[in-house]
Design a protein around this ligand. Sequence first.
Ligand SMILES: Nc1ncnc2c1ncn2[C@@H]1O[C@H](COP(=O)(O)OP(=O)(O)O)[C@@H](O)[C@H]1O
Ligand SMILES: [Mg+2]
Length: 230
Amino acid sequence: MNKSENIIEIKGLKKSYDNGKIKALNGMDLEVKEGEFISLMGPSGSGKSTLLNMIGALDRADEGFIKVAGIDLMTAKDLNKFRSQEIGFVFQMHNLIPNLSVVENVEIPMYETKLSGKEMRERALELLELMNFSNLSDIINQNPTKLSGGERQRVAIARALVNHPSIVLADEPTGALDSKTGDTILNILKDLHQKENVTIVLVTHEPYVANMAERIFKMLDGKIVEEKKI
Ligand SMILES: Nc1ncnc2c1ncn2[C@@H]1O[C@H](COP(=O)(O)OP(=O)(O)O)[C@@H](O)[C@H]1O
Ligand SMILES: [Mg+2]
């Protein structure tokens, strides 16, 4: 896929809950080019997380068109491969597995690949090294429960990136962190975008965070209502 192609193409997308009573996405249109960094803003309940769930194929839309990384998500049958190879999810709540070690948590997405145990370990350590830990050797064998919030979020980002996803979907990734730790995490995302041409879709409430992107979209009632180029 070259730079000028849309990696995300969405047209007239609809998703409702509660038998149609809640229209979470109500005719959503969005096009994102490969390697772009966009942010999504909008009030709580405007459909931002639902949109990320559709893009990452965690759930299916009801109607409309959605193609991501060349896959038509309305008709594709098996989406496991798509999810594990193309998408890296970073949530506000990191959902690491508490009784696995840090490095084992980062290895989880690689279980579905053909990598050997040794290769998985090497790749997990390579990613963790990118996350700016000053105490990496102390924490790799610890359980995530022993880590601070910012450390856990960096482990979660390492896990999200370990399979070289083409798109990172970040849902308020710094929402639960102090501003210094949040900045570290935002810089990691920015670096990925600049150095590895990863496409980033970032949901945030904070205008200064949104401003890191190349385009900012504002959502309201399940649609884009405003677009701003930085
Ligand atoms: N799994 C669900 N079941 C029922 N309603 C949901 C579900 N997920 C989201 N919603 C509703 O859909 C609307 C959009 O939610 P969401 O996408 O989470 O918005 P945002 O992330 O912008 O806050 C809200 O009214 C929310 O309550
Ligand atoms: Mg949300």
